[in-house]
Design a protein around this ligand. Structure first.
Ligand SMILES: Nc1nc2c(ncn2[C@@H]2O[C@H](COP(=O)(O)OP(=O)(O)OP(=O)(O)O)[C@@H](O)[C@H]2O)c(=O)[nH]1
Ligand SMILES: [Zn+2]
Length: 345
């Protein structure tokens, strides 16, 4: 149905395309955007291109868009994205491929409108790296997305060490082992868009496959993107299956195969601190504009930690991130802390 267009005056705020339908971007690949209609969740995926009127605005996975043109989802059909809805959250990273050049330092939007960042970390093989988790926490807090710690390989090691490290944060976590059901995790994913990040080998692919079995994906995203062409995408949204007894929206997970970490050069030193809520209170006695670096003799964080108010490893981790942001990252950092197997990003 198309409401009487001609009788309506056009204003700056009035959408230009009255007949556009809402779409949700689930994959991006070389100028082609795969979208689904949130109102017809089981309908065919739609391939779309950007309309010229979008200008230079980028469209990323998770974007809520307005679509016009052929939205049938038929083979060869092409729709156009004419609008991008205001984003509820923006998960960014500074491309860490080349932090020393202007292009390399460009911040990139990874996913729009995510509600949750699921940090996947193995409890053993490979051992957990809190440096990586801390980095992800900064990205999550910076993007205003809730973090969830997903600890895999719980059959190989206990969570005490990692969980102990984060006691002050009251970070929610779930334990995953091969034989465990995923009900607790599914409950936390329901009704939300969750981005999964993790190092190589932590079991993220295994987990994604368990959450969204290959069979389900074969008829969804992958076929929509086109045979084998999806390899270059950096993020793909996968609809979680409805559970037999579950009512409501089971949610979406966004897998990020190409993203191993978050460059944080775009995060200010102040925002960086928000990833360390256990340290924030300790900075009230710092001199004005304290850089909180180890060479700042008056930085109150050392006393804060010495008084037992926060874990010294957390301060060390914060300062490592500070240093890496300033382009002073030292790859030998991990080896210089041999006593702390949890360190390292
Ligand atoms: N013991 C144990 N092994 C697991 C578990 N989950 C995954 N693995 C194994 O860990 C290895 C790595 O799992 P993947 O799912 O490939 O890990 P990944 O994070 O996707 O890593 P990439 O494939 O490099 O992206 C595989 O041999 C899995 O079988 C688990 O809960 N417990
Ligand atoms: Zn300070």
């Amino acid at each position: 149905m198309r409401p009487g267009r001609s009788s309506r005056p056009r204003t700056r705020t009035r959408p230009r395309h009255d007949d556009a339908v809402d779409g949700f971007v689930i994959a991006v690949d070389r100028g082609r955007y795969t979208c689904v209609l949130p109102d017809a969740p089981d309908g065919a995926a739609i391939t779309a291109m950007r309309a010229r009127e979008l200008g230079r605005k980028s469209v990323v996975v998770g974007d809520r868009v307005s679509l016009v043109g052929d939205i049938s989802g038929a083979d060869g059909a092409l729709a156009r994205i004419v609008r991008i809805a205001e984003r509820r959250s923006v998960l960014r990273r500074t491309a860490d491929d080349d932090e020393n050049t202007a292009e390399g330092r460009l911040e990139r939007v990874v996913v729009a409108n995510a509600d949750q960042l699921v940090i996947v970390s193995a409890l053993a093989d490979p051992p957990p790296r809190t440096g990586f988790i801390d980095r992800c926490l900064v990205a999550a807090y910076d993007a205003d997305i809730e973090p969830l710690l997903c600890l895999t390989k719980a059959d190989l090691a206990g969570p005490e060490q990692v969980v102990g490290y984060y006691t002050e944060l009251e970070l929610p976590y779930v334990l995953i082992r091969p034989d465990s059901d995923l009900d607790a995790l599914r409950a936390l994913l329901a009704g939300r868009v969750s981005v999964l990040v993790g190092h190589s080998g932590v079991g993220k692919s295994t987990l994604v496959n368990r959450l969204v079995p290959d069979a389900l994906r074969a008829v969804g995203v992958v076929s929509a993107i086109g045979r084998g062409r999806h390899t270059s995408t950096s993020a793909v949204a996968l609809r979680l299956p409805r559970t037999p007894d579950g009512d409501g929206d089971p949610g979406w997970i966004v897998d990020t195969p190409g993203i191993r970490s978050f460059g944080l050069a775009h995060v200010s030193a102040e925002s960086l601190l928000h990833g360390f809520p256990d340290l924030v209170e300790g900075t009230v006695d710092c001199p004005p504009n304290c850089p909180h670096t180890p060479d700042e003799a008056d930085c109150a964080l050392d006393a804060w930690v010495a008084a037992g108010k926060a874990d010294p490893r957390r301060l060390a981790s914060y300062r490592r991130l500070l240093a890496s942001r300033a382009g002073e990252g030292d790859p030998r950092e991990v080896e210089r802390n041999p006593g702390d197997p949890l360190a390292g990003s």
